[in-house]
Write a protein of this length. Structure first.
Length: 173
């Protein structure tokens, strides 16, 4: 294991808060959705403003620990292949879709998207709306963080589809 001058591990494998190894890598922001109202439609957007302590400007759900919900394109594709389904990822009802970022067991990690920073607070558990979208989806999503993650905004700013998404490196003690 190599550390840089600040004592931060700068290699492909880093340790998450639970001590398990996690891939570092750089991914990207693939999609953005804003929810008009609770249980309302998810509107796609090319850009959005993340506000610290609130979430996405113009989104129905703001504040608390679950300000932004995130799914992984790779995990969504895996779920669709397992089900033999072809649902659009907006059916998940998450705010952001990233690629190249593994969200599984990412609690307490910091995800940087563009200049914004998001603290992952936990796993987004699937609800009955997933079963309404496709039979068997809700149960399948309960494994390996299939519903994605939820986060709070630490540092806000404008995000755009195509922005880099990456985990902040963790200091090892």
């Amino acid at each position: 294991m190599e550390l840089d001058a600040r004592g931060i591990q700068d290699v492909d494998e880093v340790r998450g808060p639970d001590g398990r190894g996690m891939k570092a890598g750089v991914g990207s922001l693939e999609r953005i959705w804003l929810k008009r109202a609770k249980r309302g439609p998810m509107d796609p957007a090319d850009s959005a403003i993340l506000e610290p302590g609130r979430g996405l400007r113009g989104n129905a759900n703001v504040g608390g620990r679950r300000q932004v919900t995130i799914i992984s394109r790779e995990r969504w594709s895996e779920l669709m292949a397992t089900l033999g389904a072809d649902l659009l990822p907006g059916a998940r009802r998450a705010n952001l879709m990233v690629s190249g970022i593994d969200l599984e067991r990412s609690r307490d990690r910091i995800l940087r998207i563009g200049a914004a920073r998001l603290k992952i607070n936990g796993e987004t558990r699937p609800c009955e709306r997933m079963e309404e979208a496709h039979a068997g989806l809700e149960a399948l999503m309960r494994d390996r963080w299939g519903g994605g993650a939820f986060a709070e905004v630490l540092d806000g700013g404008e995000i755009r589809v195509g922005d880099a998404a990456e985990w902040e490196m963790v200091e090892l003690q």
